[in-house]
Design a protein. Structure first.
Length: 387
């Protein structure tokens, strides 16, 4: 309707200037309209289809031979559009000289209009897909960097994030790749050092064991044998530590009584029951790697004895957990700081390398157990929960 009204307004103005038909058609072509070649009387004499509007409507629409004819009723007189500038003495509206008896053809093609918007929508979809691919391509290095960080957090160093480019993401990825390469070199150097140390120590220990076997049976011979056994076990323990820190540890789990694991830990420490009080409220069987879990208990018992300030440390064995308790001064830092490697605040250079709690905590996690700590009433409480 708005398009039709604008068309008739334009025709009224042009007709007042006695404009030729061709020029009128040229002017109204912008509204996709033109003057029909037939009159309304001729149209009404043919077989047409009428689109009804209410009686107050200024137009009538007819369909003939798939063409839409627009008839402006001559009794209806549109007010002319108000000029942009008017003199004060001019009236607001000027009547048309004469209503027009017009029959126009509407050349607007709805199918073309639909096709136009369909093309627009397809173009927008293509642009969105292209934009998505562009963003995805730009973010791929960042996604790869995130995945490599996750792998690194799990101890995997065989990753590469080196990419070509000079943008900020490329620079971060390349620096991350350099850091991983340096970590890999440090780990390989450490493992090589440990292997060389263990290899060099095996020979004198083996010789010491052979010499102690040739001595006469007395107390000194037994002490030497136990010392060399202890050294041999430490080498084996270092080997397991190397496996743990290199991420190549494979647990050989089976069912064991907790009491047997504690006995093994005490044997490693060359201790007897006089140094620690054990209270059995249960004797649970747990699924663990015998050697590695014995190391866990050995480290916790060893720390309890070393840093105990009154009486014997205590071990409480329950159905779902084991608790190791000793009296001592409060820790100066949060317990999580002591789970980090080479923490000499808790394990001094004279008494250890600061690896005991680090190794124990990691082995417990590999078993999917929980290690909890509480300092209460001047007592340190380390609890291994078997879940």
């Amino acid at each position: 309707m708005k398009r039709y009204k604008l068309t008739i307004d334009l025709i009224h103005n042009l007709n007042g200037e006695n404009t030729p038909r061709e020029e009128i058609n040229e002017k109204i072509s912008g509204y996709e309209m033109k003057i029909a070649d037939v009159t309304i009387d001729k149209l009404l004499s043919l077989k047409y289809e009428k689109i009804n509007f209410d009686d107050e409507s200024p137009i009538e629409i007819y369909i003939l031979n798939n063409k839409k004819y627009i008839f402006f009723k001559p009794r209806f007189n549109f007010p002319p559009p108000m000029p942009r500038f008017k003199r004060p003495e001019e009236p607001r509206f000027q009547p048309h000289p004469k209503p027009l008896d017009l029959l126009l053809i509407d050349e607007f093609n709805e199918n073309n209009f639909k096709y136009f918007w369909l093309i627009i929508l397809i173009t927008i979809d293509i642009l969105l897909i292209w934009f998505f691919i562009f963003i995805r391509k730009k973010l791929n290095p960042l996604i790869d960097l995130k995945e490599n960080m996750i792998k690194l957090s799990k101890g995997e160093l065989i990753v590469s994030s080196k990419i070509k480019g000079k943008d900020e993401i490329s620079q971060v990825s390349n620096e991350f790749d350099n850091a991983i390469r340096q970590l890999r070199q440090l780990r390989e150097s450490r493992n090589l050092f440990l292997r060389n140390i263990m290899h060099e120590l095996k020979t004198p220990i083996t010789k010491g064991k052979l010499i102690s076997d040739t001595l006469e049976e007395d107390e000194r011979r037994e002490i030497l044998i136990r010392v060399f056994q202890r050294l041999e076990y430490l080498l084996s323990e270092f080997s397991k530590i190397e496996e743990l820190t290199s991420g190549k540890l494979n647990l050989l789990k089976s069912d064991f009584r907790i009491v047997d694991l504690i006995d093994q830990a005490l044997d490693i420490l060359l201790l007897d029951d006089n140094y620690i009080d054990i209270k059995y409220n249960a004797n649970p069987i747990i699924n663990v790697d015998f050697d590695f879990f014995s190391i866990v208990l050995k480290n916790l018992i060893d720390n309890a004895i070393k840093y105990n300030t009154n009486g014997n440390p205590q071990i409480f064995i329950e159905k779902n957990h084991i608790k190791i308790v000793n009296k001592g001064s409060a820790l100066s830092k949060d317990i999580n700081e002591y789970y980090k490697p080479f923490n000499n605040d808790y394990e001094t250079a004279q008494s250890g390398l600061g690896l005991g709690l680090y190794i124990s905590n990691n082995i417990i996690k590999l078993h999917k157990f929980d290690l909890e700590y509480e300092y209460k009433d001047s007592y340190h409480n380390f609890v291994i929960k078997f879940n």
